[in-house]
Design a protein around this ligand. Structure first.
Ligand code: IDP
Ligand code: MG
Length: 162
């Protein structure tokens, strides 16, 4: 049964995904990008940047009262971060599934953190945790003109849209 084009468009969402400095330094960019690509999600923005500490504090503002906040912001701003926006049906929630639990000791095998990380302080990847945070994080990390809207030729095969 082919999905209706309008219903498909209405379900589309975008999420902010970042490979943190540990993932970049460990040479895991292609491994991680390929997991999102192979799933069928569409890359709409990507850049490598070293965020300032102030920028890291903005990104993690929800965690400002946690004891690890300062170390976390120092770490995020310690080297290159690969910032990305991925688009797809249900990509916010399912992207978090691909990433796995926050603590790699608890992440399932088969997830990015389960397969590629060992401790919570070096869990290699960030993913937005909801619709509002996705919007806020995309707006924080990217200018609107950096988001590239295009038709992917595989979309009809991924979604069965006519
Ligand atoms: P998330 O990245 O799975 O969304 P959050 O609770 O939002 O997890 O925490 C943000 C980041 O803070 C985590 O990815 C991890 O790097 C770090 N973090 C979370 N909890 C701890 C902790 O207990 N000790 C050290 N770092 C932590
Ligand atoms: Mg989080």
């Amino acid at each position: 049964m082919l999905q209706d084009q309008e219903a498909h468009a209405a379900e589309m969402e975008r999420t902010f995904i970042a490979i943190k400095p540990d993932g970049v330094q460990r040479g895991l960019i292609s491994e991680i990008v390929s997991r999102f690509e192979r799933k069928g999600y569409k890359l709409v923005a990507i850049k490598l940047i070293v965020p300032s500490k102030e920028f890291a504090q903005k990104h993690y503002h929800d965690l400002k009262d946690r004891p690890f906040f300062n170390g976390l912001c120092d770490f995020l701003s310690s080297g290159p971060v690969l910032a990305m926006v991925w688009e797809g049906e249900g990509v916010i929630k399912y992207g978090r599934k691909l990433i796995g639990a926050t603590d790699p000791q608890k992440s399932e095998p088969g997830t990015i953190r389960g397969d590629l990380a060992v401790v919570v302080g070096r869990n290699i990847i960030h993913g937005s945790d909801g619709l509002e945070t996705a919007k806020d994080e995309i707006a924080l990390w990217f200018e609107p003109k950096e988001l590239v809207s295009y038709t992917s030729n595989v979309e009809k095969w991924v979604y069965g849209v006519n």
